[in-house]
Each structure stands twice: as structure tokens, then as C-alpha cells.
Write a new protein. Sequence first.
Length: 326
Amino acid sequence: MPNPPSPPRWPLRLLSVLIAERFQDELIGDLHEWYYFMANQYTPHALRRRFVWEVLRSARWFRLKKVSDLLLTLIDHPMIRNDIKMAVRSTLKRRFYTGMNLLGLTTGLTVCLFIYAFVQHERSYDQFHTKADRTYRVLRVDPSSQQRGAGLSSMTEKSLMAAFPNSLKTVSLGQDPVVAYANGAEYYEESFYWTGENLFQIFDFELLQGDPLTALSEPNQVVLTQSMADKLFPEGNALGEPLDVKVYDSDTLLVMQVSGVVADPPLNSHLQFAMLGSMVTGEHLYKNLVPLWGFSWLRTYMHLPSTLNLATVQAGLSRYLDEHVP
């Protein structure tokens, strides 16, 4: 009578290391029986592969040894125990070199973690915007040098809207240093931008107070970040309050009204602002320069609907400019 087939040994050895002793005899016996009864239903290779899977399945969490018992099992092996003793003795004998090695290892790991954190931060820029995958920044290209530039005229956005009426959603931002007057003091602020109401439709900046559809749609409206609102109006709600603002290089004093308060932009946003003025106010301030293509004072962004692709927009804008711009 032929001997019954024997299961491979290494899965059972692994099981004896991982499983608490009170479960081992019964579990290993059951696995032997399973292997014996399934020997005629699988090829030898398939049987061994299935047996390994059954061993892994049987290692349920309630059968596992405690972590302390598992460590004792591993350390109790004579070779491992001797290796640990030799390592400890060598460490104590050569303390200077051990310290140097540990310092190098710690420095290397720390640098790697900093690099990883930096790369992850860089990769996360502007990814909090839900429409980031369909939002583009418009650039101009010098036809002779092929050099790209980000500064655009107001006419660029107007041409985009004319070429694709009711299809594209665009917004522009123009930076102007300003001086704000509040609480009897002057506050110089470089991060002031003129922009339009589409800002809150394209980008996911959280408007804490105010209506995102109208907060930047009327003349002399200004939206403050939470930190700026706390600085200018420390005693109460800034919404609806008047605010005197003067463009730094101009003599025009604007009496603006706070139409909204927005959460401070996160650090991984390339748009960092403290105050947002309505674009209609900025264009009125520069009404003699706005029609000029050479007055490049804006960053322009566009959001493409699913019905348009970038190539179509580029071709349509070029065609529109050829037809309407002398």
C-alpha cells in the first residue's frame, strides 16, 4: 500500500511560528487531513499551491501568538540569539564608529523624509481645486523668440469670451499694491488683486461670508481674507463695512464695501492673495489702458467644459484674433 502523500513542510513550520501552541495540534492535523483527501483532486503542483493558501487562510488573528511571544520565539533560535549577542558586544566595543554610523543613518533618513515631504507638497499644488484637470492658464508666446509670458491684456479674456460665447468660463487677476485705511491706521498690502465673479466658480476658495455669484460683480466691491478681515476689523463682522483703499502709485481714493470674507488660500495654492477687488473697478481705474494689447497686467485662466478641448480653443482664438485684431 503506497504511503499517503505528505504536505510541504515549510508552510507548516511557518504556521508553528505564528500560531499559538493551543491551536497548533488541531490545526496542523486538520491540514494534514485536507491534504490527504484532496490529493486525488489536484495535480501535485496545484495541490501544493492550494495547500499554501489553506495554511495562510487558517492563520486567523485570534489564533496568532502575541507580539511578545512571537519575538521570544524568533530570538530563542540559537543562531539569532548569538547574532544579537555579537551585535551588542560589537556596538559596545566600538562606540565611536557605532555613533558615527547611527548619525549617518539618522541624517540620511531625515533628509529622505524631508525630500519626500517637499516633493509631495510640490505635487499637491492647486490639486484641491475640483476643476483643476479642466482649468488652464493662458500664456502669450513671442513668435520670433518663442518665449512665453504670463502677463496678458484685458483684451485676451474678452477675445476668448467673444470666440466662445456661453462655452468658456474665464477669470483674470491683476495685482496692484494698495494702502487700506482702517482704525485710524494705514495698511500697505501687496497681495491685492482685481478679479471677477468667476473666480469662485473656477477655483475652490472657500467664501465664508458673502455670495460667490455677486461678491465681485459690482463696482467698488472688495473681498477680504479671514486674516485680513481680522486685522482691519478686529471688533466685529467686516461684511458690508466701508473700506477706504488707495492704489499705491495713484492719487485716487476708492471707497469700497466689503462684500465677502474668504478663507486664507492654502499654502499649496499658487494664487496667494489678501484682498480681492472687483474687476469692473480696476478696469474703470485703468480705462485708458484696458483697450491696449500692450497693457499686460493680468493673469488669465479658463475652464473648459467637457464639450471643448484645448486644441479647439487654441485654434478658435487664433482664428478670432486673425479676423478681428489688425
